[in-house]
Design a binder for this molecule. Sequence first.
Ligand SMILES: Cc1cc2nc3c(=O)[nH]c(=O)nc-3n(C[C@H](O)[C@H](O)[C@H](O)COP(=O)(O)OP(=O)(O)OC[C@H]3O[C@@H](n4cnc5c(N)ncnc54)[C@H](O)[C@@H]3O)c2cc1C
Length: 419
Amino acid sequence: MSRPRRVHVVGAGLAGLAAALRLAESGVGVVLHEAARQAGGRCRSYLDATLGCRIDNGNHLFIAGNHAAMDYLRRIGAADTLIGPDAAAYAFLDLAADERWTVRPNAGRLPWWLFQPSRRVAGTRARDYLGGLSLAAARPGDVVTDRLDPRSLIFRRLWQPLAVAALNTEVERGSAMLLARLLRESFGAGGAACLPLVPRVGLSESLVEPALGRLRGLGAELRLGSRLRAIELAGTRVSALAFDSGSEPLAADEAVILAVTAPVAARLVPDLTVPDEFRAIVNAHSRLAAPPGAPLFIGLIGGTAEWVFRKPEVLSVTISAADRLIDTPAEALAERLWPEVRRAYGLAVSALPPWQIVKERRATFAATPAQQRRRPEAATRWVNLLLAGDFTATGLPATIEGAIRSGDTAAARLLAAHR
Ligand SMILES: Cc1cc2nc3c(=O)[nH]c(=O)nc-3n(C[C@H](O)[C@H](O)[C@H](O)COP(=O)(O)OP(=O)(O)OC[C@H]3O[C@@H](n4cnc5c(N)ncnc54)[C@H](O)[C@@H]3O)c2cc1C
């Protein structure tokens, strides 16, 4: 197919936004369709009536080494909306041992920080980290516990929390290869790449609203509340898109990037294999400010809460691979998590502050070796239909970085088409 004149991008999550942005920047006409009334998909902020303030649907952590995400933020003019410490620092608290430490990788690639006990996980030796190298040799079928010793202290205090957060999958089932790729792009690239960053205000303020503004400025058409019901196919092409509002025929020089979730893509595209196993993420937000100067986030070992993030108006807990908690009543969860939050940030208040629990049942696909094999490429057998989304074959787990790369890839394929 020749380079299209106009592209319908369906789905305004980060994959769709990234694809739309690349195309609009290259002078291609873009129509961005989003079923919801709000863009951002699984990465968005909203006003929570119970708490009386804006919250993110889930805590999202970036690292400076997320090069596609950093590039996207620069291009939408939002690079300065992320905040983080001056140097890479990951604070932890082991609840059972009542022990705190901060992992501080040095900026360069040569990891001399491993030889300074004050920069390592408490109780570990430099040689314990060598285990991480065995991940580099992971085979496609390996799970994390095949490659890293789950009985070791460093596993419990570092590899496990990192793996569960990054893969959103339990270590006994999570793909060692996917974790290896992530660690190569973070710790393997030196401390500068590991610099943790979070939105100063919220996900929508950093990643979504500036992108919509930039797209409008480039002349893209944004259609919120526009749900795609069916794709009409004729031979090797998409011939029309059927929305709730009616059918839209596609001219010969028009193309589609389908940037919806995996289950929706499977419903719309015949014979498409996509990941079909998912994991939940639970977030618990409490309306309370952290003491000034406290870390932006703290990893908790041995509790129910896994990470606590300090936001402008809330303290917010993340629990990944949280399927075991999906049926736990919200009240009981809040009661269970609150003492852990209080300890993490050393808070004097004992009464439970106003709280909100957000359970995302299908937060991401399960990053298992079997699901990894089900991830589709961007190209389909229809010349003017491409796929984007965190579930496509990005080589990364379901992350913002993966979603943005998938959008970039789909757009690049269309832009590279012969004129
Ligand atoms: C609670 C939570 C915490 C997370 N934490 C992190 C983190 O710390 N770091 C990280 O990197 N990643 C994290 N992630 C993952 C990250 O949010 C996702 O990988 C990323 O947002 C996926 O983007 P996407 O565009 O691929 O999909 P989505 O965001 O799901 O976008 C798909 C879009 O398509 C729309 N759509 C669906 N059907 C239709 C239709 N028929 N017609 C039109 N539109 C349609 C949807 O409404 C949606 O807006 C987290 C996810 C969750 C849920």
